[in-house]
Design a protein around this ligand. Structure first.
Ligand code: SIN
Length: 528
């Protein structure tokens, strides 16, 4: 079955919905998502949206905090766009009636999170910011946007000129072919390739695998962020305990209620995420349990209703004022290389939100900059497409003749265990080498024929593709920077300053700029 539309958006988080609501007054929009519309990391986001609204704060401080947390591995121009443009986008959203929590005087109530030098986190419904935001955006969609749930995109379609003109999906009703003038990847991250994650199980990095197969540039895959505090019950992660809890006075402690962060970092419990996650990792590796002590927080249930319910559902008694926590995968800084308008190295293919790598997060994203990214770059991409219009007239699909049979893959559980061991917060080169040797090669994965596979098999293929790119990048970057620690190279190394590890067409290259690869493509001039 064929569906023809102006703009196709794959994914349904904040970036997808922001783009859809701005485009749908101009064009027909189809959204395709592999699960229900609310199963996104955006919907689960607790902490809030980092943006400058107070008198004492200034975008330059927010920019500085973003650069420090990400250890200066940024595309600085895009960071400025994110913070400055993002401030305006959020101001407009507040004027449109986005219901943030407010103080008695009516000013927004501002939270504090790790590595922020000012209170600047807007939140809604206490810790239900993502949920309130997604409902707000969904409520604005009209019948010009069609939402297709439970359809998994598995192959991008390029025309003979190399432009993206559609996608193949698989769902309960079989295979569908969407043709569109513009195709936007907004598929989120890949946290679910790890055993312990804050993400939904469906966050398997599909958009990155799709783009890689189609020949788009992919970068920064070595940088997976680990959140220090996932609720930990019965040996499993059960969801997020927001950093905002520590912003409100929560403290990491051991079973004897001794503070964990004392003497480790001057910002203590609000140190950058890799510092807190590493400290908890070390405690747990030494056989100790780790907790957040919430005894300093008044009216916890009212301030953090989602976390209170999560605790209740998992038999954690809040009267004890100790929430058991452990680190887990949370956010992938890497992804499909995209510019400030979402454009990738393939014409008419865009990437926005977590699936994109625009260089705004560096090697370690600053807390609550992700919703800001989705809302800001979603708007910029929509504005660009409105400006460009829908002019594609070549929908003749290039049949890529991808005929290779599937290499031997691990089960989902096996892969999750292997990657958690080799590419966790603390990494050593022997484990990484061993891991990469067990994985299919980048080339093998590129040319596999996918048509006959069911959704589970497709997902497993996507996970292996993403894991393979991550493993090669992690081995290649012989330094510690940002979100993880390499035991053989525990410091930043000069030779890796401003170096990007970029994958394209089965090749890996180390480049001096995130966008060098674009210059080698046909559409480079159009982009820069
Ligand atoms: C949190 O609430 O701790 C997560 C926020 C984020 O990842 O930015």
């Amino acid at each position: 079955m064929d569906v023809m539309t102006d703009v196709l958006i794959i994914g349904s988080g904040i970036a997808a919905l922001q783009t859809a609501r701005l485009l749908e007054g101009h064009f027909q929009v189809q959204i395709v998502t592999k699960c229900s519309v609310k199963m996104s990391s955006s919907y689960r986001a607790q902490g809030g949206i980092a943006t400058v609204t107070s008198q004492e704060d200034h975008p330059k401080f927010h920019i500085a905090d973003t650069l420090t947390a990400g250890e200066y591995h940024h595309e600085k121009r895009n960071v400025e766009i994110l913070i400055k443009n993002g401030t305006e986008v959020m101001r407009d959203l507040l004027n449109e009636g986005f219901p943030v929590d407010r103080q008695v005087d009516g000013a927004p109530a501002l939270g504090l999170e790790g590595a922020h030098s000012y209170h600047r986190i807007l939140h809604a419904g206490g810790d239900r910011t993502g949920q309130v935001m997604i409902d707000f955006l969904l409520n604005q969609l009209t019948s010009n946007t069609v939402v297709n749930c439970y359809e998994m995109a598995y192959e991008l379609l390029l025309n003979k000129a190399g432009a993206c003109v559609g996608v193949l999906t698989k769902g309960a009703h079989g295979t569908k072919r969407y043709l569109a003038h513009h195709v936007i990847l907004a598929t989120g991250g890949a946290g679910a390739i790890y055993t312990s994650t804050s993400n939904f199980a469906t966050n398997t990095g599909d958009g990155i695998a799709l783009a890689y197969r189609a020949g788009a540039a992919i970068s920064d895959m070595e940088f997976m962020q680990f959140h220090p505090s996932l609720l930990w019950c019965g040996g499993q992660a059960k969801g997020l305990v927001s950093e905002a809890v520590r912003g409100a006075g929560g403290r990491f402690v051991d079973a004897l209620r001794q503070p964990i962060m004392k003497g480790i970092h001057e910002q203590l419990d609000l140190a950058p995420r890799h510092v807190t996650a590493h400290a908890l990792f070390n405690k747990r590796a030494a056989g100790q349990e780790t907790f957040i002590d919430i005894s300093n927080i008044e009216h916890f249930e009212k301030k953090f209703p989602t976390i209170a319910v999560l605790c209740y559902d998992n038999n954690v008694n809040l009267q004890d004022q100790l929430i058991p926590v452990a680190p887990g995968s949370h956010f992938l800084m890497g992804g499909v290389v995209a510019d400030d308008k979402g454009r990738t190295s393939i014409p008419n293919l865009y990437a926005i939100g977590e699936v994109a790598c625009t260089g705004v997060h560096g090697a370690n994203r600053l807390a609550s900059n992700s919703l800001l990214e989705g809302i800001t770059f979603g708007q910029r991409t929509a504005q660009y497409i409105i400006h460009t219009g829908c002019k594609q007239n070549n929908f003749l699909i290039d049949d890529k003749h991808q005929q290779q049979t599937m290499p031997l893959l691990f089960t989902k559980k096996q892969l999750q265990h292997m990657i958690s061991h080799a590419l966790g917060i603390v990494r050593n080169p022997i484990d990484m080498q061993h891991f990469v040797q067990q994985l299919p090669s980048m080339q093998e994965l590129l040319h596999v024929r996918l048509d006959g596979l069911n959704q589970q098999e497709l997902e497993l293929y996507m996970m292996h593709t993403v894991a393979t790119l991550m493993a090669h990048a992690a081995i290649t970057r012989t330094e510690t920077r940002g979100a993880h620690i390499r035991i053989d190279k525990p410091q930043n190394e000069n030779q890796w300053v401003n170096r990007w590890i970029i994958f394209q067409q089965g090749q890996m290259k180390v480049r001096n700029s995130l966008y060098e690869c674009h210059q080698t493509r046909g559409n480079a001039k159009a982009i820069f």
